[in-house]
Design a protein around this ligand. Structure first.
Ligand SMILES: Nc1ncnc2c1ncn2[C@@H]1O[C@H](COP(=O)(O)OP(=O)(O)O)[C@@H](O)[C@H]1O
Ligand SMILES: [Mg+2]
Length: 261
């Protein structure tokens, strides 16, 4: 039976889609049968994050309306083997939470992990995505507004019967943490009061790879995603040290140079 995990946040632009794509690829690389579902209707971009946007023929709306079977709508990422169920390109308010949940119930035996990319906000699209899941990962960044929205979302998630709810702190600037100018990922997870599942550093490779949908490789953020995949698979709690590289003589030199540009 597949583990259905929704990636949510409240605030937009904190990295849900980025994490969904990279985590999906990391799980697929670990030979886990992985399906990504773009539940961000209207403002969908998971296909873009995976570099698959030109290959979309059918989408979730076509499946819901019976214009094609589910397997016809699924796209395969050639490098990792993960599958994507693309979102509808029109804002599809008519696609109810029951319909999404029933589409996903059909693939329960075909996948180990189903990751659901949730829209920002806490309105209908949020509830539709959460209803289809049995676990949640709440993504935040160190910005106070993002932490506050993550807290609100965590409170809302408490009204659902979810097996597990974890926190991902994304875009952590290790240099600012070492200088004491920014909350550390540990402090943010403590404030939110839920288990930390991943700390992901701010990483230029994300922006560069995001332009083409290329897979992140050997980048610090990819190491963090791989640790997250391990945590999900084996129940561990390995967390990437985002301050790594900013300590000692060379770390201080790196911070000094970073301030000059
Ligand atoms: N760890 C990171 N380091 C650098 N940039 C990131 C990181 N995570 C996400 N981003 C960038 O942040 C922006 C928003 O990410 P996205 O995944 O679309 O957010 P959301 O799905 O929550 O709206 C994108 O431009 C993405 O490249
Ligand atoms: Mg998104």
């Amino acid at each position: 039976m597949a583990r259905r995990i929704v990636l949510t946040s409240g605030k937009g632009g904190v990295g849900k889609t980025t994490v969904c794509a990279a985590l999906g690829r990391a799980l697929a690389r670990k030979r886990k049968r992985t399906l990504l579902v773009d539940a961000d209707f209207g403002l969908n971009n998971l296909d873009v994050a995976l570099g698959m946007e030109s290959r979309v023929v059918y989408d979730i709306h076509d499946v819901a309306e019976g214009r094609c079977g589910l397997s016809a709508a699924l796209l395969t990422d050639d490098a990792s083997g993960l599958k994507l169920l693309p979102s509808t390109r029109v804002d599809c308010g008519r696609l109810s939470k029951n319909v999404l949940a029933s589409i996903l119930a059909r693939v329960d035996d075909d996948f180990d992990f189903v990751l659901i990319d949730c829209p920002a906000g806490i309105d209908e699209g949020f509830h539709r995505a959460v209803c289809a899941a049995d676990e949640a990962l709440v993504v935040t960044t160190p910005q106070p507004g993002a932490i506050r929205d993550a807290d609100k979302v965590l409170t809302l998630l408490g009204t659902y019967r979810l097996h597990a709810v974890g926190v991902i702190v994304n875009r952590v600037r290790g240099d600012l943490v070492v200088e004491g100018r920014c909350l550390s990922a540990d402090e943010i997870a403590d404030v939110l009061g839920h288990p930390a599942m991943a700390y992901v550093p701010e990483d230029d490779a994300v922006a560069i790879c995001g332009q083409t949908g290329a897979e992140l490789s050997y980048a610090p953020s990819m190491r963090a995603m791989s640790m997250l995949a391990d945590n999900l698979v084996d129940g561990g709690r390995k967390l990437y040290d985002c301050t790594d590289g900013y300590r000692g003589v060379f770390g201080r030199l790196k911070m000094f140079l970073r301030r000059q540009i």
